[in-house]
Write a protein that binds this ligand. Structure first.
Ligand code: NAP
Ligand code: G4F
Length: 325
């Protein structure tokens, strides 16, 4: 039986990845940070019905000795470093914490693996945010980076550390440069989920407006369930490498909203309010990924359209709000 260690297992991607690996017969260990509300931090794992199937080990990405202890105990074949302060807007309010967890946390995890299980295959959750002020209309593995937020700068450090550990120590360390991916398990602060939750509340008479910031921003959105498959595929390759994971289609926040409102038969114009407070100090105007390398080398392709994903998210939020769960 293969074993895997996932940091960030309580997050959106961690939950879907754990489900995928359990389905493949892995023993799954998850690093979980201590919380005073342990009854809620496994909510996504419970939603997928797998909370009892993973081995949770306490630790924190800011604490190297805890990471070493966990890797020593779990002796994983594969390590997926998904833990991060992942909300871009918060990274301007907490830049040092973001650097410590999202950036240095990756270095700490690489060190723990190098010292305790150097033959483990390592995955780093890199991000399309690293392209920031885009240097090419369609971004690939060779497009230069231009980070536009403390979050993106921290991710860039983690990305290069992953490349560096591969080249310096011969570790099987891969970096997945994933473009935005969403699902019913997406945190409510991110724009797709904010929209699907807001639309569901308006439909159910629980709210009358949806307040958003820059609706002209464009993103390449895919489904998290599809994207965790790419993570796993990267670690099954003979040689470690870096891959862009994207759909190759970019859509504005406004047009994504339209899909959600249309799904429940409500007019967007009547309910949408633009709030200047929700604009960011620096914006990533547009992202569009080129997943050609992932298709050619991993045989990976996105399976879910943006339309189907947004409808799935609206339906999940309607069900959640109607049942109170
Ligand atoms: P998420 O839902 O925000 O999950 C983040 C996870 O990191 C949570 O499990 C969180 O634990 C954990 N974490 C935070 N601080 C930690 C710490 N100090 N020590 C240990 N764990 C900590 O993020 P996601 O959407 O699943 O994304 C997964 C990863 O991919 C992240 O690294 C993100 O930056 C990256 N990424 C995401 C996307 C995307 O579109 N989703 C795109 C590119 C890259 P708690 O539950 O305790 O908060
Ligand atoms: O949903 P978002 O907050 O995601 P963002 O900033 O693109 O970051 C996400 O994707 C990255 C990959 O590219 C990940 F690395 C990162 O961890 C995270 O998962 O915002 C998307 C866009 C932005 O341009 C933002 O300005 O939507 C715009 N937006 C407009 N109104 C809003 C809002 N975003 C949020 N969160 N809330 C709004 O009210």
């Amino acid at each position: 039986m293969k074993s895997a260690l996932i940091t960030g297992i309580t997050g959106q991607d961690g939950a879907y990845l754990a489900q995928l690996l359990l389905g493949k017969g892995y023993k799954v260990h998850g690093l979980v940070r201590r919380s005073s509300t342990t009854d809620v931090n496994d909510v996504r794992l419970r939603w997928l019905g797998i909370a009892g199937d993973v081995n949770v080990i306490d630790g924190d990405l800011s604490d190297l000795s805890s990471l070493m202890r966990i890797v020593r105990a779990a002796q994983p074949d594969e390590v997926y470093n998904l833990g991060a302060q992942s909300f871009v807007k918060t990274s301007w309010q907490q830049p040092l914490l973001t650097g410590a967890i999202t950036g240095l946390g990756c270095a700490a995890m690489l060190e723990a693996v190098r010292l305790e299980k150097p033959d483990a295959h390592f995955y780093q959750a890199s991000s399309s945010e690293m392209y920031g002020m885009i240097q090419e209309p369609m971004q690939s593995e060779t497009t230069p980076f231009y980070p536009r937020s403390p979050y993106a700068a921290a991710k860039l450090y983690g990305h290069w550390m992953t490349v560096n550990y591969r080249e310096s120590f011969g570790m099987h360390a891969s970096s997945g440069i994933l473009f935005n991916h969403e699902s019913p398990l997406r945190g409510i602060e991110f724009v797709t989920r904010k929209v699907t939750d807001g639309v569901a509340k308006i439909k159910l008479g629980m709210a009358s407006e949806l307040r958003l910031g820059n609706i002209d921003a464009k993103r390449d959105w895919g489904h998290a369930r599809d994207y965790v498959k790419a993570m796993w595929l990267m670690l099954q390759q003979e040689a470690a490498d870096d891959y862009v994971i994207a759909t190759g289609r970019t859509v504005s926040v406004r047009d994504m909203c339209e899909i959600a409102f249309q799904h429940v038969g409500l007019p967007l114009e009547k309910h949408l309010v633009i709030d200047p407070e929700l604009f960011r100090p620096a914006e990533v105007d547009v992202l569009l990924g080129n997943p050609a390398k992932a298709k050619a080398k991993l045989g990976w392709e996105p399976e879910t359209s943006l339309e189907d994903m947004i409808r799935e998210m609206v339906d999940a939020d309607l069900a959640r709000l109607s049942t109170g769960r």
